[in-house]
Design a protein around this ligand. Structure first.
Ligand code: MTE
Length: 300
């Protein structure tokens, strides 16, 4: 069934109905298993104040707009995010150029309040709106041989002053193992605080993988490729000793130039306290199983 998905089709049309229902059951099962952990964490998170809109949208990393924390808020407004097309290709049944609005109209968008931990040892709590990446990948129809998912950010020199400089080898690239990509915690964010995601945070859609350092959460995505080989990723290409493919939050494995054992919470003023960093950023119950048997100091 090698047809292209268009916005007139629903998810049930592109996924054989039995597989679709089966996946829903699997998801329900996963949610059931995860629920105890989720509920526990949700109550732990109730003590965590989400950061303010102002904090979340004015202290950013988006090197396509400059390397300063305030550059994205200053310059990302110039990015044209409508219309926005996302190419999905590689090992999928329904490759093609998907319109962002058409995709979102097919997805279940919900709120996810996640801890966000940057590799630079600062953190925030962000109330995202988004949908599960798994739903998008299932819509595209992942083929049997696929093992990894590669992502690319737009490169628009007229609108992105940072890409005129070779700070990174553009486009910004990221990747996940397929099981990480299909994990229910992994979302494509389209909003913050129930408002469309601002350009500086990665409009119109960006990845959020809450148990990994923030640089894995690639912004303003224009291409998603299913592949059978581990894809190259920007920070690993730029400095393989400091940045690995996995980049799971791990207080026991330091960055070569600084400790990862604690983090500075953004907000709360000059005397904001440092708090201990949690294994997998607090999502250990949900994701530790993905890495069973792996030496985390080797696969950092
Ligand atoms: N995506 C792109 N395309 N370019 C970037 O420079 N920076 C990453 C990640 N995604 C980055 C990116 C880093 S280092 C972090 S910490 C987060 O985005 C920051 O997300 P935020 O600005 O929404 O907090």
């Amino acid at each position: 069934m090698a047809h292209r998905w268009t916005n007139t089709l629903t998810q049930a049309d592109v996924t054989p109905r039995a597989a679709f229902l089966n996946r829903r059951q699997v998801m329900a099962g996963l949610a059931g298993v995860g629920l105890a952990g989720m509920t526990r964490r949700a109550s732990a998170q109730e003590a965590l104040e989400p950061n303010t809109w102002e904090e979340i949208t004015s202290y950013n990393n988006f090197y396509e707009f400059g390397t300063g924390k305030d550059d994205p808020a200053k310059y990302a407004g110039a990015l044209t995010t409508e219309p926005w097309s996302i190419k999905i290709d590689g090992l999928v049944d329904n490759p093609g150029d998907y319109d962002f609005k058409a995709i979102v109209s097919e997805m279940t968008v919900e709120e996810r309040i996640y801890r966000f931990r940057c590799v630079e040892a600062w953190s925030m709590v962000i109330p995202w709106n988004g949908f599960e990446l798994a739903d998008l990948l299932n819509m595209a129809g992942v083929q049997d041989g696929a093992k990894y998912v590669a992502f690319e950010t737009a490169v628009i020199p007229d609108e992105m002053p940072g890409v005129r400089y070779p700070i990174l080898d553009w486009p910004y690239r990221e990747g996940l193992r397929l099981d990480e990509a299909m994990h229910p915690l992994t979302i494509m964010a389209t909003g913050i605080y129930d408002r469309p995601i601002p350009n500086q945070n990665g409009a119109p859609l960006r990845l959020v993988v809450p148990w990994k350092y923030g640089f894995k959460s690639i912004k303003s995505i224009v291409r998603i490729t299913l592949t059978d080989v581990e894809p190259p990723t920007s920070w690993n290409m730029s400095n393989p000793r400091e940045y690995g493919f996995y980049s799971n939050v791990n207080p026991n494995v330091d960055h070569p130039r600084w400790s990862q054992a604690s983090e500075r919470q953004i907000g709360g003023g000059l005397f904001a306290k440092r708090i201990p960093t949690l294994m997998y950023n607090g999502y250990e119950n949900e994701v530790a199983g993905l890495y069973e048997g792996m030496d985390l100091s080797e696969y950092y």
